[in-house]
Design a protein around this ligand. Structure first.
Ligand code: ADP
Ligand code: MG
Length: 336
């Protein structure tokens, strides 16, 4: 159901660009976790690649909202509890991002996500009364973090780290590669691409961004040491009575965000931040999201609508449109 949404063009033509005295060997591994096909590629030893599987298993085991043995599941069931150091740190950062985005990101959205059936295979359209009642429980401001990694949720509240978990995991995998002296790596966690360093020949990685309006790709961006993280309504959805309902919910309405954007790609240093912002800026829509970008300077954005691609000024020299967007002018947002 979940499409692998980004192509790693660069891997196709890497052979032949290696230093002669120290040939870097590309090794890749595919893992299925968090309902996502994950592709890990490094220039380094096989055992480092194998070791990264433990990080994935651990993250899924802690953060899954559907596995009865996860920390988040237990928290949602009991309303309070102690969590591990890393889950606590992720909750803390997520709450900062909920605040920063003025609630466009709200990790307490889970009861609404559940009502739509996005965590199961039985999707449905809840009625407005049901959604309004559930929205009463949605308010990240009522999540309390206390000493000793203790978390207290508000009445009936349930949290869902689906918007940030893969970004966190990408950061953790790249940290692990870095600490094992890997200098060049790429992880593709289904729509979330994060790279360590440049390609072994020193040139940037070329990451293709999916065309959210059809098949193929909307553009390519060249990056080094960055995350390229996309949220789009095309990633997970169902159709009912001719209407498409997708999985990114506007916490102010309880309905799938209908902001006119088809996808938002965030490019920056931190996977968690980029993941959170891709979801939040998708909810905000182009105008509010552009204002948000103007007030915050640690990331760049590719906004895609049905008819155009809008990029922030920092991408002007590293983004090239593809497919149907090749013949339309790319709009460049300036900070003024
Ligand atoms: P994906 O996981 O498909 O890459 P996102 O990073 O945008 O996409 O995260 C979407 C997931 O986040 C949803 O499946 C849901 O679990 C959760 N979610 C949906 N809307 C919101 C929101 N407004 N705030 C926080 N989490 C959300
Ligand atoms: Mg996200």
């Amino acid at each position: 159901m979940k499409k692998v949404s980004i192509l790693i063009l660069c891997l196709l033509f890497l052979c032949g660009c290696q230093e002669q005295d120290k040939p870097a060997k590309l090794r890749s591994k595919t893992v299925f976790a968090m309902d996502t096909v994950m592709e890990l590629s490094i220039y380094g030893d096989e055992d480092i690649l194998t070791g990264s599987e433990n990080i994935i298993t651990d993250a899924e085991g802690r953060l899954s909202v559907t596995r009865p043995d996860s920390e988040i599941y237990r928290l949602n069931k009991e309303g309070h509890g102690e969590v591990s150091e890393s889950t606590f740190a992720l909750l803390k950062r997520s709450l900062e991002l909920c605040e920063l985005t003025d609630g466009a990101l709200d990790i307490s959205i889970h009861p609404v996500i559940k009502a739509w059936g996005f965590t199961t295979d039985e999707q449905r359209v809840p009625n407005a009364d049901e959604l309004n009642a559930l929205l009463e429980t949605v308010d990240y401001g009522k999540i309390e973090l206390r000493d000793g990694n203790a978390v207290l949720l508000g009445e009936q509240m349930q949290i869902d780290l689906g918007s940030v978990a893969k970004g966190w995991l990408g950061d953790a995998i790249l940290d692990y590669f870095r600490s094992n002296s890997v200098e060049s790596a790429l992880v593709n966690l289904g729509g979330n691409v994060q790279v360590l360093g440049a390609k072994p020949d020193g040139s940037p990685w070329q990451i293709a961004v999916t065309d959210p309006s059809g098949e193929g790709y909307a553009g390519v961006v060249e990056i080094t040491d960055k995350a390229v993280i996309t949220s789009g309504g095309y990633e997970r959805y169902f159709n009912q009575d001719g209407v498409r309902y997708h999985h990114i919910i506007d916490p102010s309405t309880g309905y799938p965000a209908d902001s006119g954007l088809l996808s938002v790609t965030i490019i920056g240093e931190s996977g968690v931040t980029c993941d959170a912002l891709s979801t939040a800026l998708f909810v905000m829509g182009l105008d509010k999201a552009a204002d948000f970008w103007k007030r915050n300077d640690d990331f760049e954005v590719i906004f895609i609508t049905d008819s155009e691609v809008c990029i922030t000024e920092g991408l002007a020299s590293v983004f090239s449109p593809l497919g149907k967007y090749e013949n339309t002018e790319v709009v460049i947002l300036q900070r003024d």
